[in-house]
Design a protein. Structure first.
Length: 196
């Protein structure tokens, strides 16, 4: 009877150790995921920070060039960034990803947190771009006239007088440029055409 109890206790202890080990691994993975999400960034240019990842969203703050923060989330070309002053969304090409306080030559400033932990690298320059999709045949078939947009576009037009006044205000002066004359064209000589 005593052996059964001791055997049962040993089984419970092994199961408890296994459960604790699994729990610790899960916590470690969750912590690693949080570290990977909160990647350090540096603001590359003065940027407007928005409440949501949309250009028509409310402005939360303005980040100055050189400010340090953490990238919390990504959505398309937008990145949610937290700094000491505010948290909000801005375009990824306004950011430099990597270590915030890296000294020159230490390999920091490039790559992700996990990349620096497992394989330190030398400084790498990264260029971020946003792809812009052109019109396809389906877009052209679904196109509709929007009179309001045409009127808004007309509102940006400047008259000749306005353009001349603006040019003069900027110190520009009108200059006459004559068209170049053609001396002779072989095709015109064959067909008997005249040159202007």
């Amino acid at each position: 009877m005593g052996r059964r109890i001791l055997g049962g206790l040993a089984v419970v202890q092994r199961a408890t150790r296994r459960a604790v080990r699994h729990w610790l691994i899960a916590c470690l993975l969750a912590a690693t995921a949080q570290v990977a999400l909160a990647e350090p960034v540096t603001i590359e240019r003065d940027s407007v920070v928005r409440a949501e990842p949309r250009t028509d969203s409310a402005v939360v703050a303005n980040f100055a060039k050189g400010a340090a923060g953490e990238a919390l989330a990504r959505q398309g070309a937008w990145v949610q960034v937290r700094t000491a002053t505010a948290t909000g969304w801005l375009y990824s090409f306004n950011l430099r990803f990597g270590a915030m306080a890296a000294s020159p030559g230490d390999g920091g400033g490039a790559g992700s947190v996990l990349g620096r932990v497992f394989a330190p690298r030398q400084k790498v320059n990264v260029t971020a771009t946003i792809g812009i999709r052109g019109l396809d045949e389906e877009d052209l078939k679904q196109a509709r006239l929007d009179d309001g947009q045409l009127q808004a576009l007309d509102g940006f037009a400047a008259s000749r007088e306005q353009a001349e006044a603006h040019a003069q205000g900027a110190g520009l002066q009108a200059a006459r440029i004559d068209y170049l004359r053609q001396t002779s064209a072989p095709a015109e000589q064959e067909t008997g055409g005249a040159t202007p």
